[in-house]
Design a protein around this ligand. Sequence first.
Ligand SMILES: Cc1cc2nc3c(=O)[nH]c(=O)nc-3n(C[C@H](O)[C@H](O)[C@H](O)COP(=O)(O)OP(=O)(O)OC[C@H]3O[C@@H](n4cnc5c(N)ncnc54)[C@H](O)[C@@H]3O)c2cc1C
Length: 420
Amino acid sequence: MNHYDVIVIGGGTSGMMAAIHAGLNGAKVLLLEKNTKLGRKLILTGGGRCNVTNRSTREDLIEHIPGNGKFLYSVLDQFDPQDIVDFFQSRGVLLKEEDHGRMFPITDSARTIRDCLIHEMQHYSIKMITGEPVEEILYDEIEGHVKGVRTSKASYTAKAVIIASGGKAYPRTGSTGDGYLWARQAGHTLTDFYATEVPLLSNDPFIKDKSLQGVSLRDVNVKVFDEQGKTIVAHQMDMIFTHFGYSGPAILRCSGHVNLYLKESQQKRVHLAVDLVPHSSIEDLKANAEDQREKQVDNILRQWLPDKLSHLIQTQVGVKPKFAYKQVNHSIQEALWHRIKHFPLTVYGSQPIEKGFVTGGGVNLKEITPQTMESKQMKGLYFCGEVIDINGYTGGYNITAAFATGAVAGQHAAWASLSS
Ligand SMILES: Cc1cc2nc3c(=O)[nH]c(=O)nc-3n(C[C@H](O)[C@H](O)[C@H](O)COP(=O)(O)OP(=O)(O)OC[C@H]3O[C@@H](n4cnc5c(N)ncnc54)[C@H](O)[C@@H]3O)c2cc1C
């Protein structure tokens, strides 16, 4: 019997949640996954601990989903971070809250989350087929509705099909962008793709000569500027100098904004500046140094900066080696403090989407009904997860978007299929 009420394509973060919600609303559900195992990307998240969701206010959540987070208001009215917490805790998976509202299973293992989702799918008698890629979605183009899917091995029919096949980032986890073609065949448009949550590339001299490679900075403020010098975005977190440019949490968060700006402005490079000591004003830094004016500049700066970066900055502004602070002339002192508060970086791009954590761009949201996640172009076709044009920062925001859109798509697909 190859007929189902709902077919879910993709057994990842959003697909498993969609299948469960279709099942708990009474639908006979088939979930098709091309990998031999379910949730391969999910188990990589949060450093292998699975950052299940983020316990923040609705506004904060939307703000941390810079790629069209506002589209999620109707979805979050139906399934929000508290529902995600309740979903797992009511099924015996205890969660704990860490810094910045990030929620993890107390086992510190993403497998706990994946096992819970698989167990729930078994509970609702969802048919799970792995190792069977979907090759085509079958549409009745004259009537404008879905008919089913064809895989490498068989055809299956259903009144509702949910595309939960993920984006293009980290293709080795199975998300190779297959859903975009099926969306276009249904009449959807795609917004331009760009990499987000990805390391940035630079030709700055200290990157090219690798003199700062491996230097990491804690809790610095990274700002990205447009060509008028206006701040596009700023993030205060850690960062690291690499052999090709910059990485670390603050850089990853800025990366989507950098790529969007490069694309939209047609500029060849973007200017960034790092406040290396964001908790102190220039006046505080000067006063601190004045109190130790007999000491070498090197020794004074050591309280704030790694030696390699301190030496580079001293050379850049012209502090002579081994000079005591009192020997440095006033204009050089001023240049020194200015550079510490505004250390300039230049970036010309990022690593490709495949190396990023999250895909920017995707199925155009104007063509999806936000309350149900149903396509406006093809009846019975639903979307959830990263395949749509939504991207957030890591920290549980994408997973929340995937679980929430999955739950809503699953529920509405079941209702529609059972009532027609
Ligand atoms: C290393 C890493 C760490 C991350 N950490 C975080 C984090 O800490 N916090 C956060 O919020 N986000 C994080 N993310 C992002 C987050 O994991 C994703 O946004 C989210 O998992 C997307 O869910 P999805 O269901 O849309 O796609 P996926 O989870 O990628 O699932 C898509 C599934 O569809 C399957 N599929 C694709 N094509 C077919 C086909 N033709 N037939 C059948 N099946 C198919 C794939 O094999 C895959 O299993 C991280 C991502 C990565 C790569």
